[in-house]
Design a protein around this ligand. Structure first.
Ligand code: COS
Length: 386
């Protein structure tokens, strides 16, 4: 694996950094304060090509490699995790699934609009009673009039109130357990699809999160993604991409926490000198730098494996586990460096901490990532009674 970025990747990174500074950083605090899902900003992110960067150009995407996608997500994640969530969900959870499992007709119908941001996509796997045990879907799909009717409920769905297309997972035959699951591309503009905005979140207040009830939601046969029975694999393959994207965003939070802390420590004077000159402060900065580097290298490795077509599920879990936990620690340490100033939103670090807390929960908790890694090491599935 070559650790040197290509000239093109450096340009992509620099462009994403400049765009984030100019457009995203400015608005992140106000959107967080107002719990505002900033559709205008989403439009600008789409215009940059960041909603479909790994989608080939023939389907309206930017046709970039995973490493480049990770560089973009890192920068957006440093600026605003709420906007990073839009990029991750639309690109990794929805577009990557259509790209891998869709028919040509489905790819042409959905991908260009999703890449342009004309439509947003959401990913409906989690339910009120179904989180880590993703195979245990309570939502049901039954055949009706040459199509399908879906009934059930989804929970904690990012973009659920604004998405035009929902990738919904549902059980078609409970006897078959995970092999009965199917994935559907559902038009959200129908009366049976009822999203409700979730308020008062600890973080990601500038993102749109919904609880969705599904009451006889209709979808034609052409909305079935893959075959009946592929649903669980489709969900897992989306999460292979989504976890990578979350991890990359967390590298951005690590870097943002470190940058803010170095700057503040050099400016803040106590005992007659900048606090950056104290060994215990330098120790905090060094710990953050270490975690930032390690998280980034793990993300790059996962990206490299994806770009070279190698299995990457375990390495993606390693990257996601490490980067999310590292980012939580970096954001927390950054507040320690900032002291009282870090406790209010004059500086980005308190938002970093609130925003990052969810990353060790969603797209697979840290405990789930450890079980995936443990299973790869031992060959034993800890979720199945031995
Ligand atoms: N890509 C494609 N297929 C995969 C896969 C992947 N990454 N991981 C597993 N599969 C396949 C397996 O090959 C298996 O296929 P067969 O039916 O042909 O045997 C099938 O899926 C079932 O896999 P497995 O036995 O590993 O499923 P488990 O029930 O043990 O669940 C975990 C595995 C726990 C890892 C899974 O349920 C999970 O990731 N849970 C967390 C869910 C999550 O992240 N939720 C957040 C939603 S988004 S906010």
């Amino acid at each position: 694996m070559d650790l040197e970025l290509t000239d093109e990747q450096r340009l992509i990174q620099a462009t994403a950094r400049e765009f984030t500074e100019r457009e995203i950083v400015e608005r992140a605090r106000e959107n967080d304060r107002n719990e505002h899902f900033d559709l205008e900003l989403v439009g600008k992110i789409a215009a940059q090509g960041y909603l479909g960067s790994i989608v080939p150009e023939q389907y309206g995407g930017a046709g970039l490699d995973y490493l480049s996608y990770g560089l973009i997500v890192e920068e957006v994640g440093r600026g605003c995790s709420s906007m990073r969530t839009v990029v991750s969900v639309n690109t990794s959870l929805v577009c990557s699934a259509i790209l891998r499992w869709g028919t040509e007709e489905q790819k042409h119908r959905y991908l260009p609009k999703l890449c342009r941001g004309e439509w947003l996509g959401c990913f409906g796997l989690t339910e009120p009673d179904t989180g880590s045990d993703a195979a245990n879907q309570r939502t049901r799909a039954r055949r009706s009039n040459g199509g399908w009717l879906i009934n059930g409920a989804k929970m904690w769905i990012s973009l659920g109130n604004h998405a035009k297309v929902a990738l919904l997972f549902a059980q078609t035959d409970p006897e078959k357990k995970h092999r009965g699951l199917a994935a559907f591309l559902v038009d959200t503009d129908q009366p049976g699809f009822q999203p409700q905005l979730i308020h008062h979140k600890l973080g990601l207040r500038g993102s749109d999160t919904a609880a969705i009830s599904l009451d006889d939601v209709e979808v034609g046969e052409d909305g079935l993604l893959g075959e009946v029975g592929d649903g669980f694999k489709i969900a897992m393959s989306s999460l292979d991409s989504g976890r990578y994207s979350v991890a990359a965003g967390c590298v951005g939070i690590c870097q943002g926490s470190l940058d803010a802390s170095v700057k503040y420590a050099k400016e803040r004077v106590q005992f007659g000198r900048p606090i950056a000159s104290f060994q215990l402060v330098q120790e905090m900065l060094a710990d953050m730098a270490l975690q930032t580097d390690a998280a980034r290298m793990l993300v790059w490795r996962a990206g490299y494996l994806k770009d070279t077509g190698q299995p990457s599920t375990t390495e993606t879990s390693v990257a996601k586990l490490y980067a999310t936990e590292a980012a939580i620690q970096c954001a927390n340490t950054a507040i320690q460096v900032h002291g009282g100033s870090g406790y209010v939103d004059d500086y980005p670090v308190e938002r970093y901490l609130r925003d990052v807390r969810v990353t060790s929960l969603y797209e697979g908790t840290s405990q789930i990532q450890k079980l995936i890694i443990g299973r790869a090491l031992t060959g034993i599935n800890a979720l199945v009674p031995q």
